[in-house]
Ligand binder design. Structure first.
Ligand SMILES: [Zn+2]
Length: 283
């Protein structure tokens, strides 16, 4: 009798350890290159640490456990498997990837923009650096508590499209273009801090908002910005007016979303069920 009890307690002990292991879920389970994935860890009270294909994950407390967002590399190939490693979880979780096949379109813009001089080329490099630098300044905890929302407007150009300009220059579209009237209000898709307001050569007037958790959104071709660097904005607060500044063929809103690992398809990002826990206000 004593022996049986002993065996029983050992079995229970093992199963208790097994159930204590955190559970990792990834959504969506099937993704393309340039898509974001949402990683949720439940069954632990300790902030998880981990990485996906070598990139560190930035977990935050959410209403459904701990969450982190991660970009699938733009050049990921079909049948690639993204390995997500989390501390205290024995085996990595894999996500299956399909290659992003961006369509090619020819774009004709003004000759002076199609054929930038050497000085303009340097300015373009500085512009790009400042956009990426400001988009990666999103190191804080999440500054948002509500899910992100998709701005209004029909898609006029999808994420990942390859553009071949009249000067032969090829560039991949790392955002989505939405129809917008000139002068229409452009609203922050979520709460955050403005990290860049800049007049650039190709993207025109640009506003970048850092939302925390490594997430940033950028708004291009604005007629004008109505915020300044350092401004804290609420979800739905106006950041500018839509326009057609920079290298563009007409008024529209270009929006880019950056998460740890790179730029992602904004339309896929806006579908993620992000649910950070509201912070208790400091006394
Ligand atoms: Zn665009």
């Amino acid at each position: 009798m004593r022996l049986r009890l002993l065996v029983c307690s050992v079995v229970m002990g093992v199963s208790a350890i097994a159930s204590a292991e955190p559970k990792v879920t990834v959504s969506p389970p099937w993704v393309r290159g340039g898509d974001p994935v949402l990683i949720t860890v439940t069954g632990t009270n300790v902030l998880p640490k981990g990485s996906a294909s070598g990139e560190p994950l930035r977990f935050f407390a959410s209403k459904t456990g701990f969450q982190a967002v991660m970009a699938i590399p733009l050049d990921a190939k079909t049948a690639d498997k993204l390995a997500i490693d989390i501390d205290h979880v024995k085996l990595p979780v894999f996500v299956r990837v399909t290659a992003l096949k961006g369509a090619e379109t020819k774009v004709t813009v003004d000759e002076d923009l199609a054929d930038p001089s050497k000085a303009e080329g340097k300015r373009i490099d500085r512009d790009n650096y400042s956009i990426i630098d400001s988009a990666t300044k999103s190191h804080t905890e999440p500054q948002f508590t509500k899910p992100f929302y998709r701005p209004q407007g029909q898609v006029t150009s999808p994420f990942g499209e390859w553009r071949i300009f009249n000067d032969g220059y090829r560039s991949q579209h790392l955002g989505v273009d939405l129809y917008a009237r000139e002068g229409a209000k452009v609203l922050a898709v979520n709460a955050g801090t403005v990290t860049l307001v800049r007049e650039t050569l190709l993207a025109g007037n640009v506003v970048v908002i850092a939302h925390g958790a490594g997430i940033a959104t950028a708004y291009f071709h604005l007629d004008k910005a109505t915020v300044a660097v350092g401004d804290v904005v609420k979800q739905g607060e106006q950041v500018g007016l839509a326009g057609q500044t920079g290298r563009t063929t007409g008024p529209h809103l270009h929006i880019s979303v950056r998460v740890p690992g790179g730029f992602v398809d904004p339309l896929a990002f806006f579908k993620l069920k992000l649910a950070p826990q509201a912070k208790a206000k400091a006394p």
